[in-house]
Write a protein that binds this ligand. Structure first.
Ligand code: ADP
Length: 573
């Protein structure tokens, strides 16, 4: 051994390095190239495809001005080329960041394709963040232009002078609806875009170039910029539309209620035109009644959003005794989908629930809970048990669970550990190198989620790593307790946090928002939960509150809740 080390030192490289070099040389010499065309996977090709083969397919929007607006892929294609031409006329070029702060409408879609078609980068801003946070994000991204909906003009007026890189603000409306504003460099989209025609050829460049940006909310620390490439968006859309994933086709009328500014719009802006599905865009109408109206009037077959949106819709349906005759499936993700929602959609309205897990960093799809043959015979409660899982990944996503020492854990459906992923539509880094500790040398990205995986590859999130409760050295899943608690008729929303305990380090405290008009009883709720979980998982106490704090993307803000209960002590401790 010593001799080998000595020899290696003498020759300047290790034995292993020598073997690797020889192997690489051999691979290079024997490499026979495929004789297929180098057709760069650019996102502009998606809207080309939609216009060519699905040109008449409708894109229907609730406009910000009010009326329902109808167009099709052929027209979106033409108008997005106008946007591209107009942007170039204004000096926007390859690599420039162009922000959007807008609802889901046809104009937003045209802006996306126009921006990315010249190699510029669409950057979606979440208007639900604090204005200062939006300004911080715009400065970090160095946005040059902003497309904005009328609704958000007050935010822009408050922050525009804090973003020195911002040159022009394009308001997504026509001249007749332009608001009074003190800001200079503000134009009406329709006037601006109609200064040019649609005689424009998409720019061609490397498929690995940036196409879009979206910042994660960053519950701790500053938000981090995720940068999608053209290649990652195209591959992701192909993977996500497959039958065992979203199963989207030209026969669908898809309504993305999830905003384009949340996690790459769940890729719907690419998925729908790629398969030729019609799009029904809800614009600013995010309440139960408006969503119901579009779902029924426009005969929507598939829709997608976070659980809180569906709670609102189900409450509305209850109130008006509504039905959903055309809707076939609803994709639910962003946070764990409560069993009560799945049950109501499936049993009461005949709509399949597709539970999905994803992240901004994953473009965003990670897993989907569709039924593999191994589980095809499940029904009733057993099927609902399966649907509480977040599901299995598409081709292009590899996943593993590990302990704190990065050792892989078994897929037995019980052992939980840190969930790590990699693939061609998973981030390899954040913008400007932030958060480098989340990525390892083999490209595994640490999701920050804690999960178990069953022998058929179905993953179930049990917690965020930051939220898991460590009681006497063992982990308790807060999400599992929350899912259980919301199954009680008196509970509208539930959150579980760890509170210090003199003997066990931490024990679970259950925080509940009661259902409107109900007066729940602590013991009754605990007795409801007791037969369904291990004794040591039972919450030590229940607290009732009027409201649970949420993030801008609808997630329970455990950091704020923990702060709120920082002085709380369990009875007798
Ligand atoms: P943001 O952090 O900006 O709110 P993301 O959508 O990227 O946006 O958040 C991703 C996180 O959301 C995941 O890491 C996970 O913790 C949570 N999440 C997403 N979908 C689910 C789901 N179906 N069940 C449980 N948690 C989920």
């Amino acid at each position: 051994m010593q001799l080998l080390l000595l020899l290696e030192a003498e020759h300047g490289h290790t034995h292993m390095e020598r073997v690797e070099t020889d192997q690489n040389k051999m691979l290079e010499e024997n490499n026979m190239q495929g004789l297929m065309q180098d057709w760069p996977l650019l996102c502009s090709k998606i809207i080309d495809h939609a216009a060519l083969y699905h040109g008449d397919r409708e894109v229907i929007s609730r406009s910000v001005e009010g009326p329902i607006h109808r167009t099709n892929y052929s027209s979106i294609h033409a108008r997005s080329r106008q946007v591209a031409k107009r942007l170039e006329k204004d000096g926007i070029a390859m690599g420039d960041r162009v922000a959007t702060m807008a609802w889901n409408t046809w104009r937003h879609l045209e802006a996306w394709y126009g921006i990315l078609g010249i190699g510029a980068v669409y950057h979606t801003l979440n208007p639900r963040l604090f204005p200062d946070q939006i300004a911080w994000i715009m400065n970090d991204a160095e946005d040059r232009f902003l497309f904005v909906d009328l609704t958000f003009m007050p935010i822009v007026e408050a922050i525009a002078n804090k973003v020195p890189s911002l040159e022009k603000i394009v308001v997504l409306t026509d001249a007749a609806h332009m608001p009074e504003t003190k800001l200079t460099n503000v134009v009406a989209y329709e006037d601006w875009v109609n200064e040019v025609d649609d005689d424009f050829a998409w720019r061609e460049f490397d498929e690995k170039s940036a196409a879009g940006m979206c910042y994660t909310s960053g519950t701790t620390g500053n938000p981090k910029g995720v940068v999608y490439s053209h290649r990652s968006n195209v591959l992701h859309a192909m993977a996500a539309s497959q039958p065992d994933m979203m199963n989207l086709s030209s026969r669908d009328r898809m309504m993305p209620v999830v905003p384009l500014f949340h996690a790459n719009g769940w890729a719907t802006a690419f998925l729908c035109p790629m398969v030729g599905a019609s799009m029904v865009l809800p614009g600013p109408g995010m309440d139960g009644q408006s969503i119901y109206q579009l779902l029924t009037q426009e005969r929507v077959t598939m829709t997608a959003a976070v659980p809180t949106v569906w709670l609102m819709l189900l409450q509305h349906l209850d109130k008006i005794d509504g039905t959903l005759p055309d809707l076939e499936s609803v994709v639910i993700g962003g946070s764990a989908c409560p069993r009560a929602i799945t049950r109501a959609f499936q049993d009461k309205y005949g709509v399949d629930v597709i539970h999905a897990w994803g992240m901004t960093e994953m473009s965003p799809l990670g897993t989907i809970c569709t039924i593999k043959p191994e589980y095809a015979d499940l029904d009733g409660e057993a099927k609902l048990d399966l649907q509480e899982k977040q599901g299995h990944p598409p081709f292009t996503v590899e996943m593993k669970i590990t302990d704190d020492e990065n050792k892989s854990l078994p897929w037995d459906g019980e052992t939980f550990g840190r969930l790590k992923v990699r693939g061609p539509a998973v981030s390899s880094a954040y913008f400007k190198g932030q958060g480098a500790e989340n990525f390892d040398a083999e490209n595994w990205f640490d999701t920050g989620d804690v999960a178990h995986v069953d022998p058929h590859g179905y993953m179930e999130i049990t917690d965020r790593a930051k939220d898991v409760i460590k009681s006497g050295g063992e982990w308790i899943s807060t999400i599992e307790l929350e899912n259980l608690a919301v199954g009680h008729d008196d509970v509208a929303e539930a959150a579980v946090i760890g509170v210090v305990h003199p003997k066990w380090d931490e024990r679970p405290l259950l925080v509940i928002v009661p259902m409107e008009g109900r007066n729940p009883d602590k013991q009754d709720i605990l007795e409801f939960m007791r037969p369904k979980i291990a004794k040591w998982w039972m919450p030590d106490d229940v607290e009732f509150v009027e409201e649970i704090p949420h993030t801008a993307t609808g997630k329970i803000q455990k950091t704020v809740l923990r702060q709120q209960f920082k002085d709380y002590r369990f009875p007798g401790t």
